[in-house]
Write a protein that binds this ligand. Structure first.
Ligand code: UGA
Length: 451
C-alpha cells in the first residue's frame, strides 16, 4: 500500500507552476518549487512575482512564510524528499510552429537522475501542454532510461493538463471546471485523483483518461476556444458590410440557443497570448505529420492573423491615409489584467501601421509599458491616455482595461483632432453615446454614417 501524497515537488516556476505551487501550499501540502533560473528563485523567495498576476503575491508571501512553499534551483534532494513531481516547464513553438520539447526533456533527464537513487515509488506528472504521446514516449522513456526504473512498477506517470487563464490564474486554479487526469496505469491515476480529492471540494469534476486522451483534451479545448473567437471575428467582418448590422445583436440571438454558449464569443482584434496561437499551430503541425491537412485549424489562424490588418484598413480609409496623422493605441497587453504581450494583437497592429506609413504612433497600457519598450523600443511614443489622445486623429482601443471604459465622448472631442476616429476593438463603448463630432467604429458594427 502506497502512502497518500503529502509532499510535492514542482519543476518550472512560470505562470502555471508558480500558481499551482502557491495554491497547493495554501492547502497544507508541503511544496518544493524548482527552477533552474537562480535569479527568478531569488525574486520569488522575496515573494516578488516575475510577472503581473492579481492576488497571487499575497498568497505566495503567506505560503513562503508558513514554510509550506520552499524554493530551490536543485532537483536533488527536492525530488527525492517528495512523493510526487509535477513538470510545468514551458513548451514553446519553434520557428515552424512545432512544439519545442527542450525544457521538457531537460526536466525528464534531471528527474530520472534523482529517481535513480531514490527508494520507493514516485509519481511523475506532466502538467505542461504537450502533443499526444509526449508523456509516454518522451518523458516516461527518458526517466526510465536515466533511472533504470520501470514505469508502472517503480514510478507512476500521469498527464494533468492545466486550464487556468492569465489574469485570473488563482481563481481558476481554486475553482476549476474540471480536473483532467491521463494515467499510465490505474495506480498512477488513483493516486493523483486521491491527491486532488484532498484539496478540492466533492463537487469538483475529476476525469480519468489514458495519457494521450488527456494530452489531446488540452489542445482541443484551446483550439475550440480559438475557433469561437475566429468565427466571431469572421462574422463581425461580414456584419460590418451590411448597413445597420451589429455583430453583438446577432450574437445575442445566436447564443440564445442552449447549444451555443455565449462565453468566449467576443469579436475583436484576434486572440493572442502564450497559449492559444501556439497550441493551434502545434496541433495543426501534428495533424499534418499524421497526414491530415486540418483546414479548419488552418482557417482559425488565418482569420486571426488577418484581424489587425482589417483594423488598419478601417483606420486608413477613415483618415484617408496614415502619413502625418497621430494615432493613439489604448492597451498593449494581449488581454486585460496582465502585463503579458506574447503574440498580442497590438504587435501586429503597430507593425502594419508602420508599414502603411504611420509615423506618429502613441501607445499606453496600465501594466505592459515596460514589456512594450522591450518590443517596440523607440519606434513608438509612450505616454498617458491624455498624452496619447491629445491631437490624435485616431484612437484604437486594443485591450479592454477597466481604466479605459470611462473615457467620455467629451474627452475625445476636446483632445482629439478631426476626424476623431474611435475604433473600438473590444466593443466596450456605447456607440449611441457618440454624436457626429466623434467618428465611432466598432468591430462588427456597420458604418452608421452611411445609413
Ligand atoms: C488560455 C485558455 O483560455 C486557458 O484555459 C488555458 O489554460 C491557457 O490558454 C493555457 O493554455 O495555458 P490565456 O492564454 O490566459 O488562456 O488567455 P485567454 O483568456 O484564453 O485569452 C486568449 C485571447 O483571446 C486573448 O487575446 C483575449 O483577448 C482573446 N479573446 C478572448 C477574444 O478575442 N474574445 C473573447 O471572447 C475571449
Amino acid at each position: 500500500m502506497t502512502k497518500a501524497i503529502k509532499q510535492v515537488s514542482l519543476v518550472g516556476l512560470g505562470f502555471v507552476g508558480l500558481t499551482t505551487a502557491a495554491f497547493f501550499a495554501s492547502r497544507g501540502i508541503s511544496v518544493t518549487g524548482i527552477d533552474i533560473d537562480a535569479e527568478k528563485i531569488q525574486k520569488i523567495r522575496k515573494a516578488s512575482l516575475p510577472f503581473y498576476e492579481e492576488n497571487l503575491e499575497p498568497l505566495l508571501k503567506k505560503t513562503i512564510q508558513t514554510g509550506f512553499l520552499r524554493l530551490t534551483t536543485a532537483y536533488d534532494p527536492a525530488i527525492a524528499e517528495t512523493d510526487m513531481t509535477m513538470i510545468a516547464v514551458g513548451t514553446p513553438s519553434d520557428a515552424q510552429g512545432q512544439i519545442d520539447l527542450k525544457y521538457i526533456k531537460t526536466a525528464a533527464h534531471s528527474i530520472g537522475q534523482v529517481l535513480k537513487q531514490k527508494e520507493g515509488w514516485h509519481l511523475v506528472i506532466v502538467k505542461s501542454t504537450v502533443i499526444p504521446g509526449t508523456t509516454r514516449k518522451v518523458v516516461g522513456k527518458i526517466i526510465s532510461e536515466e533511472s533504470g526504473k520501470v514505469i508502472g512498477r517503480d514510478f507512476g506517470l500521469c498527464s494533468n493538463p492545466e486550464f487556468l487563464r492569465e489574469g485570473s490564474a488563482l481563481k481558476d486554479t481554486m475553482n476549476p471546471d474540471r480536473v483532467v487526469i491521463g494515467e499510465y496505469d490505474d495506480k498512477s491515476g488513483r493516486m493523483l485523483k486521491a491527491f486532488y480529492e484532498t484539496i478540492y471540494s466533492e463537487q469538483t469534476k475529476i476525469l480519468r483518461h489514458d495519457l494521450e486522451t488527456a494530452e489531446m483534451v488540452k489542445y482541443v479545448a484551446n483550439s475550440f476556444l480559438a475557433l469561437k473567437i475566429s468565427f466571431a471575428n469572421e462574422i463581425a467582418n461580414i456584419c460590418e458590410q451590411i448597413p445597420g448590422m451589429d455583430v453583438c445583436e446577432v450574437m445575442k440571438g445566436v447564443t440564445s440557443d442552449f447549444r451555443i454558449n455565449p462565453n468566449f464569443f467576443g469579436a475583436g482584434l484576434g486572440f493572442g497570448g502564450s497559449c492559444l496561437p501556439k497550441d493551434v499551430s502545434a496541433l495543426l503541425k501534428f495533424a499534418k505529420e499524421q497526414g491530415y491537412s486540418a483546414p479548419l485549424l488552418h482557417g482559425i489562424l488565418q482569420v486571426n492573423n488577418h484581424q489587425p490588418q482589417h483594423v488598419v484598413k478601417i483606420v486608413e480609409t477613415v483618415l484617408g491615409g496614415l502619413q502625418d496623422k497621430k494615432i493613439a493605441i489604448l492597451g498593449l497587453a494581449f488581454k486585460k489584467n496582465t502585463d503579458d504581450m506574447r503574440e498580442a494583437p497590438s504587435i501586429q497592429l503597430v507593425k502594419q501601421l508602420h508599414e502603411k506609413g504611420a509615423s506618429q504612433i502613441f501607445v499606453t497600457d496600465p501594466k505592459a509599458e515596460k514589456e512594450a519598450k522591450r518590443i517596440f523600443h523607440n519606434t513608438v511614443n509612450y505616454g498617458s491616455v491624455e498624452e496619447c489622445l491629445s491631437e490624435a486623429a485616431a484612437c484604437i482601443l486594443v485591450t479592454d482595461w477597466p481604466e479605459y471604459t470611462n473615457i467620455s465622448p467629451k474627452t475625445l472631442q476636446s483632445l482629439m483632432v478631426e476626424p476623431r476616429l474611435l475604433l473600438d476593438g473590444r466593443r466596450i463603448f456605447d456607440p449611441s453615446s457618440y454624436d457626429r463630432s466623434v467618428t465611432y467604429r466598432g468591430i462588427g458594427l456597420s458604418d452608421t454614417s452611411k445609413l
